[in-house]
Design a protein around this ligand. Structure first.
Ligand code: PLP
Length: 394
């Protein structure tokens, strides 16, 4: 399709990076399930290895994977993308490229568990120091910057607290200090938020979540604004080897086409459920970017096109009551992950964030009573009546 960059978001979701296969007319991008690609002759091979366009070996690039990279790059307004085997492979691609001996990273304290745990437990071996701050206040990020800070790493909305970080303000702080800003955009998806437009240098996704959306693939993506930066990331990525398989890319391409439809529906369900929970007498507190009671409701409206479909809340009676809730719901499955077509519920303090020391968890507001629900696309009446029934049990 011509002029894809001028088209609407749903047109981009469906068509960006893809073309009718010239050999067969196939409308869906074929799965090029080949590990290697033959060259016409020695000169062609030398040219491809010397930087000319052309496929060489699937770890270094594959037509199916490339279609997905172009798709997400277009959605995020990036110069290109790098598909990764998992979201964590994407996170590590960024850390490994930008951090090293005697460097420092400033990160959101309420991060996806493993994104924080590897900085705390693994990267110190390579001489990397980290500061975790409440990035809802940009001044905390500014105060943590050091001469050797190479990366500001934010997640917004953050997992599982749904706290938001001002991307434009953090980009300015990072750049003033000669550092780069990376935003984990998994919770919003490119449908709702584009951090590169707000000044971020790198955006990453766990495509396991909203982008694929069908709870059947793990996958990650990194996109960047500057071609030189993307090339630097690519060099590390291709040699460390956390790259994506073409079959996996094909499944994600199938999922991304319906991202807008799924997000609209899940968001509609979320708005109704959040309003229901907020006024329910058994609910102690709730945090959802779509509620005016969210401390950063205005920031959400400024940098996102919608509040998303994940919320966290606490019930009266704390952890025990929360357990009763998650043990008795029927519509959401008791499972980690989010952004799928089905609703999922989990308890971060004993599940996804159990690896973070309790005191640190509390400092980041990941309280023991926090229950996270990722709202899916089921009939809303079923989600609400299920929740009403279990809230009556506690
Ligand atoms: C799930 C998730 C990741 C990690 O992705 P995987 O695909 O599980 O490796 C990173 N960041 C956020 C915000 C996530 O939700």
């Amino acid at each position: 399709m011509k002029d894809i960059s001028k088209r609407g978001m749903n047109t981009k979701l469906i068509h960006a990076g893809q073309h009718i296969d010239p050999a067969t007319g196939a409308v869906a991008t074929p799965i090029y399930q080949s590990s290697t690609f033959a060259f016409r002759d020695a000169d062609h091979a030398a040219g491809c290895f010397g930087g000319q366009p052309g496929y060489k070996y699937t770890r270094l690039g594959n037509p199916t994977t490339e279609a997905l990279e172009k798709n997400i790059a277009e959605l995020e307004g990036a110069c290109g993308g790098l598909a990764a085997a998992t979201g964590m492979a994407a996170v590590n691609m960024v850390y490994l490229t930008l951090l090293g001996q005697d460097t420092h990273v400033v990160a959101t304290e309420s991060l996806y568990g493993p994104s924080r745990m590897i900085l705390e437990n693994e990267y110190p071996r390579f001489g990397v120091d980290s500061s975790f701050v409440d990035s809802t206040k940009p001044e905390n990020v500014a105060a943590a910057m050091r001469d050797n800070t190479k990366l500001v790493y934010v997640e917004t909305p953050a997992n599982p607290t749904l706290k938001m970080t001002d991307i434009a303000a953090c980009a300015e702080i990072a750049h003033q200090n000669g550092a780069l800003l990376c935003a984990d955009n998994t919770f919003a998806s490119p449908y709702l938020q584009n951090p590169l437009e707000l000044g971020a240098d790198i955006v990453l996704h766990s495509m396991t979540k909203f982008i694929n959306g069908h709870t059947d693939v793990v996958a990650g993506m990194v996109v960047a604004k500057d071609p030189a930066l993307l090339a630097k990331l690519a060099k590390v990525h291709y040699n460390f080897g956390g790259t994506m398989d073409p079959h996996q890319a094909w499944l994600v391409l199938r999922g991304v086409k319906s991202l807008g439809l799924r997000m609209d529906r899940a968001q509609e369900n979320s708005m109704k459920l959040a309003a229901f929970l907020e006024k329910h007498p058994k609910v102690e507190w709730i945090r959802y970017p779509g509620l005016e009671s969210h401390p950063q409701y205005e920031l959400g409206k400024k940098q996102m096109r919608g509040p998303g479909a994940v919320m966290s809340f606490g019930v009266k009676g704390g952890l025990e009551a929360g357990k009763t809730l998650i043990n008795n719901v029927e519509v959401p499955a008791l499972a980690v992950s989010l952004g799928g077509i089905e609703s999922l519920i989990e308890h971060p303090a004993s599940m996804t964030h159990a690896g973070i020391p309790a005191a640190e968890r509390l400092k980041a507001d990941i309280t023991d009573d926090l229950v996270r629900i990722a709202v899916g696309c089921e009939s809303y009446e079923d989600i609400e009546s299920d929740m009403a029934r279990v809230l009556d049990l506690i």
